[in-house]
Design a protein around this ligand. Structure first.
Ligand SMILES: *Cc1c(COP(=O)(O)O)cnc(C)c1O
Length: 424
C-alpha cells in the first residue's frame, strides 16, 4: 500500500529523497551463481568480440569503462568528500551501461544456438567462422527499447551474424534508429510508450521459433551481465588507492529506469562489498517507477500512471512507467534509497559534466549528480547518514554515468546550448 503523504509528494513532482526501509517480504528471485557464469562467458568471448569489430579489437574484446576522478564536478556542486565518475558512456561499441548486460545475453544465445547445432567446443573464437555466422543468420534477436538497449543488442547481434529486430517507441531518437538501420537492424516503430513497444516485441518473438526476445523487465541473463560491472570496479578502485570498508563505505549513485542495469550493478556491488557500499538510485520526477514499486510493496505491479504522473522526461533512457519486478525484488533489502530529479537538474548536470570534466553525457547519465547533496543537505539524508555511521564529507561518492557515448555532435551541442541558456 502506498502511503498518502508519499503519493502527494510524488505527484507534486518536486525532487525528493526516499529512504528504503530495506525489509525483505518476498523470496529472492535471482540466482547469484549466474553472475559467475556471466563473468566467465564475457571473458571467454573476448577474443571473438575483438575479431568481430574494430571498436572491440581496440580493447581486446574486454568491454569496460574507465573510473575517472570527478572532484572538479564536486566543486561545481559545492560537494564534499571524493567524487568519481564511472564512465559507462565510454563503453566500447554500445556507448552506454547497456553494453555488459546486452552483450552477455546475445553471447549466451549464440552459445545456446551453437550447442543446439552440436557445438561442443569451449573456445568462442570458433563461433566467428563463416559456418557459424551462416547458422546464426537464421536466428533473430528481438528487443523492445527506448534506445540504448536496442543499440547494445542490435549491434552485438550483427557483430555475431544474427538478424536483429528492435521495437522502439515514438519518443526514441531519430539518430538511434538511423544508426541501427545502417548496421542492418530491422527497426520497428510504435505509437505507444516504451511498455507498448516491449509488449509488441515480446508477442512477435514468441510467435517465431527462431527468435529470442530480450526481456528488459525479466531477463536474468541481462541482470547477470550488468552485475559483472562490480567485479571490474574493485580493481579500478584499488588502482586509485581507494580503500573501501564498512568504516569508510563507498556511496554509489545510479540512474534508474526499469531497474535492470542499476539493479544488476547494485546486486553485484552488495555481493562483493556488503556493508562497505551503499547504493542509491536516481529517477526522473515524472517516472519514479522503482521508488513507487518498493514503497508500495511487491505484491502487485504499480505504474507511475496509476498515481497520476505522465512519465515525460528529458531522460529518455529512464522514461519507464513500470519497474522490473526482478530488479525491484533484488533491491528490496539491498538498495539504500531513491532520489528523484527534475529536467532542470538533468540539464544542469549535462552542462557541468561538460564544463568541468569535458565528458559528453546524455541527460539520463547525469541523474545521479544530485545524490551527494541529498545526503549532506536534506533532513532525511542527514538522519540516514547518522544512523549508518556515514560521514558524507569524508566519503567516496561514485557517480555512475550511463550513456551518451554515441551521441552525434549536433545532438549534444543542441542539448548543451539549451541547458546553458536555461541555467541561472
Ligand atoms: C538503460 C539506461 C538507464 C537505466 O537502466 P534501467 O535498466 O532501465 O534501469 C539509465 N541511463 C541510461 C542512459 C540508460 O540507457
Amino acid at each position: 500500500m502506498l502511503d498518502d503523504m508519499l503519493r502527494q509528494a510524488l505527484r507534486s513532482q518536486a525532487p525528493m529523497l526516499w529512504i528504503n526501509p530495506g525489509v525483505r517480504t518476498q523470496p529472492e528471485l535471482f540466482d547469484p551463481a549466474l553472475i559467475d557464469q556471466a563473468e566467465q562467458r564475457l571473458k571467454r568471448a573476448a577474443p571473438l568480440l575483438a575479431a568481430g569489430s574494430p571498436a572491440l579489437a581496440a580493447c581486446d574484446g574486454v568491454v569496460e569503462s574507465p573510473l575517472l576522478p570527478a572532484d572538479a564536478l564536486r566543486d561545481a556542486y559545492g560537494g564534499q568528500g571524493q567524487w568519481l565518475l564511472k564512465a559507462d558512456h565510454r563503453l566500447p561499441l554500445a556507448g552506454s551501461v547497456k553494453a555488459r548486460g546486452g552483450f552477455h545475453e546475445v553471447l549466451e544465445f549464440a552459445e545456446y544456438c551453437a550447442r543446439e547445432h552440436g557445438w561442443q567446443g569451449e573456445d568462442f573464437r570458433e563461433l566467428g567462422s563463416a559456418q557459424w555466422r551462416a547458422c546464426f543468420s537464421g536466428y533473430q534477436l528481438v528487443v523492445g527499447s527506448t534506445g540504448n538497449l536496442g543499440i547494445s543488442i542490435g549491434l552485438m547481434a550483427r557483430v555475431l551474424g544474427f538478424a536483429a529486430q528492435v521495437h522502439m517507441s515514438q519518443d526514441a531518437k531519430d539518430w538511434k534508429k538511423a544508426l541501427l538501420r545502417e548496421q542492418g537492424v530491422d527497426v520497428v516503430e510504435h505509437g505507444g510508450d516504451y511498455a507498448a513497444a516491449v509488449a509488441e516485441g515480446r508477442r512477435l518473438a514468441e510467435a517465431g521459433p527462431q527468435s529470442h526476445f530480450v526481456d528488459d523487465e525479466r531477463s536474468s541473463s541481462l541482470f547477470a551481465g550488468y552485475a559483472v560491472a562490480a567485479r571490474r570496479l574493485l580493481p579500478q578502485l584499488r588502482e586509485l588507492a581507494i580503500e573501501v570498508s564498512a568504516r569508510r563505505p563507498l556511496l554509489v549513485y545510479l540512474p534508474c529506469g526499469v531497474g535492470g542495469a542499476p539493479g544488476g550493478i547494485a546486486y553485484g556491488l552488495k555481493q562483493l562489498l556488503g556493508d562497505a557500499v551503499h547504493v542509491w538510485f536516481a529517477e526522473p520526477v515524472a517516472s519514479p517507477s522503482v521508488l513507487l514499486q518498493l514503497a508500495a510493496g511487491l505484491e502487485q505491479p504499480l505504474s507511475v500512471y496509476d498515481i497520476g504522473l505522465d512519465n515525460r522526461t528529458l531522460a529518455d533512457g529512464m522514461a519507464v512507467a513500470q519497474a522490473s519486478m526482478l530488479a525491484s525484488n533484488a533491491m528490496q533489502d539491498r538498495l539504500a534509497g531513491v532520489f528523484t530529479v527534475s529536467d532542470a537538474q538533468l540539464q544542469r548536470g549535462l552542462a557541468l559534466a561538460w564544463g568541468t570534466l569535458g565528458e559528453r553525457l546524455e541527460h539520463s547519465a547525469c541523474a545521479g549528480f544530485t545524490g551527494p547533496g541529498w545526503l549532506m543537505e536534506s533532513e532525511p539524508g542527514r538522519q540516514w547518514c547518522l544512523a549508518q555511521g556515514v560521514n558524507p564529507a569524508q566519503a567516496v561518492h561514485l557517480l555512475w554515468s550511463t550513456g551518451g557515448g554515441l551521441l552525434p555532435d549536433s545532438e549534444f551541442e543542441a542539448w548543451l546550448h539549451q541547458a546553458q541558456s536555461e541555467l541561472p
